[in-house]
Design a protein around this ligand. Structure first.
Ligand SMILES: [Zn+2]
Length: 399
């Protein structure tokens, strides 16, 4: 007897497949792979809905106790069709133990980028005092939470670093060498200048807020991709969207994409305020914005599945293949007009959107999406059931 069978889900290429999940892993997948098999639970999508590997949001803030940027992992995760969320530096060595305890209670898979400041983001300028960077505490925290802490986070913008210029980043690079984890660097207002930040980054490091419209944008005054960014990309530095309240400019992203500077990861930088009040709303909304900027649905799905899994070193995630984790997102790609707003109030009208229907986590939790994505849009007839209520039907499909 199998744990869960998903019948007749449609891949983004149009193929219709069955997925069989046991003990948290995909054990069979393919056209008619479930024929003749029995399972404890079964979802029959009748070819009406898309399936992909579970979506991974590489930049969120989901420590409910964090004072500035906080949210609940399952609200930004499973209830939004996202099976894995990464908290990007809300916590540091001082409070990571507590966050770990909270994270383990969520249905959604939660991982953390550890802030190089020991207090995490408990105030806006966590790196203005260099005493906040304590290598011993940081390395101990990384050792204690191996597998939960998957990277380091340094926020390198004027309001965060005070007068310390590049020093926090230089220290972060030294600390990173001791544990080999990826480093995610937030960019915003200078100092330091983006060029100086980018020149310090090495293969696998992540620039988040990559399409921000602030002075530290990746384009120069003539609208070309800055030389330092071109060099960084050639070295294997990663571009991550990290939309957030202030950090996605449609015009910057559109121009960068024209130059071939496509995002490697599409993440939301979501937390309660920008989830409820916009402009982020959900990872699906951010993905929809990139549809409207001309990226293909396949490319966008890769950004939130296989790319994120590879770049965040999550080896059993990101693919719908035998042996991989039983994390699945069920969604619609709907042709429907939609008003999209970036972090600077620029508006675009899209014609197609990603609408999450349900998240399946390790083949165990089946959570129907709340569709926060629809809040500022004229979406109709979107199922709004929530697993928290115990109801489990989507558009008449029994879960
Ligand atoms: Zn953030």
């Amino acid at each position: 007897m199998n744990d869960l069978i998903i019948k007749q889900g449609t891949l983004i290429n149009g193929d219709i497949i069955d997925i069989v999940i046991n003990d948290g892993r995909i054990t069979a997948i393919g056209p008619s792979a479930a024929t003749g098999l029995a399972s404890i639970r079964e979802i029959d999508l009748h070819g009406h809905y898309h399936v992909s590997a579970g979506w991974i949001d590489a930049h969120t803030h989901c420590n409910p106790q964090s004072p500035l940027y906080f949210d609940e992992p399952d609200l930004i995760g499973a209830s939004s069709g996202v099976t894995t969320v990464v908290d990007a530096g809300s916590t540091g060595a001082d409070d990571i133990d507590h966050f770990y305890t909270v994270a383990r209670k969520a249905k959604t898979h939660v991982y953390a980028f550890l802030n190089i400041a020991r207090t995490g983001i408990c105030r806006q300028n966590e790196l203005a005092d260099m005493a906040q960077i304590d290598n011993e505490r940081l390395q101990n925290a990384v050792r204690r939470h191996k597998g939960f802490i998957i990277g380091l986070k340094a926020r390198m913008s004027k309001s965060v670093i005070g007068d310390n210029r590049l020093l926090p980043l230089i220290k972060a690079k030294i600390m990173q060498r001791a544990n080999g984890l990826p480093l995610m660097v937030h960019i915003g207002n200078p100092p330091p200048n983006l060029e100086d930040i980018a020149d310090l980054l090495t293969k696998g490091d992540i620039i988040t807020h990559c399409f921000n419209g602030k002075p530290n944008r990746i384009l120069d005054d003539a609208g070309n991709l800055k030389q330092a960014i071109q060099r960084a990309l050639a070295r294997g530095v990663i571009l991550d969207v990290g939309h957030g309240t202030e950090s996605l400019s449609f015009s910057v992203a559109e121009q960068a994409i024209k130059f071939g500077a496509h995002p490697h990861m599409i993440s939301s930088d979501i937390y309660q305020r920008n989830r409820v009040g916009g402009p982020v709303y959900s990872l699906a909304t951010v993905m929809t914005k990139f549809l409207n900027m001309g990226l293909s649905p396949e490319y966008i799905l890769n950004c939130v599945t296989i790319n994120a899994a590879n770049l965040l070193h999550l080896p059993r995630k990101g693919r719908l293949e035998r042996g991989y984790d039983g994390d699945i997102t069920i969604f619609e790609l709907k042709n429907q007009r939609i008003k999209l707003v970036d972090a600077e109030g620029q508006i675009r009208i899209g014609t197609q959107q990603f609408i999450p229907i349900a998240a399946i986590i390790a083949g165990v939790h089946i959570v129907v999406a709340e569709n926060a994505a629809a809040k500022n849009m004229s979406a109709e007839n979107i199922p709004t059931q929530n697993a928290a209520t115990g109801r489990s039907r989507v558009n008449g499909i029994s879960l």
